[in-house]
Write a protein that binds this ligand. Structure first.
Ligand code: AMP
Length: 195
């Protein structure tokens, strides 16, 4: 049983690492960003509520996000744990996660803090934006170079307190990973901090 949080700023590589790790660890990636984008594509009421907020780089309400995770955790593929990607993003979400896990006799085992500097994050998001454009794929409006710096600000103001929360309540669970390295190197670092 492993419940692992991949923590870090937008475009740090959390999704990339979660996709690699879910196969080796046999626990699913729970990406709230992917779940929300699926709702937007499906045109659901939730998707309609979330779309403008997401496009502008803001955070969707804690209530919506917590409800989504609560439902997802009930699915049998989460019986051995989960890799949380892009969640929790506020202190209220972190507290809600702790209490929903406690109710089912579980807890967070590890918080992987992926450290990447702002220049690299801006370069990575711009690359994702231009590659999507070049390939004719729909671009993520929130990767637009005009929107992305705002997401870094939201991260610093609303999401960094999540790291402080875990450092205060469970410092032994927090591991630093140098997210500036290439994909394979980062995977290796994460795997060695899990074992
Ligand atoms: P991501 O794919 O994780 O970068 O998420 C894309 C966007 O979805 C974010 O910029 C937010 O607008 C929204 N979002 C994803 N996860 C959360 C969350 N845990 N709390 C609030 N909003 C979220």
């Amino acid at each position: 049983m492993k419940n692992i949080i991949l923590f870090g700023p937008p475009a740090a590589g959390k999704g990339t690492q979660a996709k690699i790790l879910q196969d080796t660890l046999k626990i699913p990636q729970l990406s709230t960003g992917d779940m929300l984008r699926a709702e937007v594509t499906a045109g659901s009421d939730l998707g309609k509520k979330a779309k403008n907020i997401m496009d502008s780089g803001g955070l969707v309400s804690d209530e919506i996000i917590i409800g989504m995770i609560e439902n997802r955790l009930k699915k049998p593929d989460c019986n051995n744990g989960a890799l949380f990607d892009g969640f929790p993003r506020t202190k209220a979400q972190a507290e809600a996660l702790d209490s929903m896990l406690a109710k089912i006799g579980r807890k967070i085992d590890l918080v992987i803090d992926m450290q990447v500097n702002d220049d690299e994050l801006i370069a990575r998001s711009a690359k994702r934006f231009s590659e999507d454009t070049a390939a004719g794929r729909p671009t993520r409006k929130d990767d637009n170079p005009e929107v992305f710096p705002g997401r870094l600000k939201v991260y610093r103001e609303q999401t960094l307190p999540v790291l402080a929360y875990y450092k205060n309540t469970a410092p032994e669970k927090v591991r630093n990973v140098d997210g500036m390295k290439n994909i394979d190197e980062v995977t290796k670092q994460i795997k060695s901090s899990i074992n």
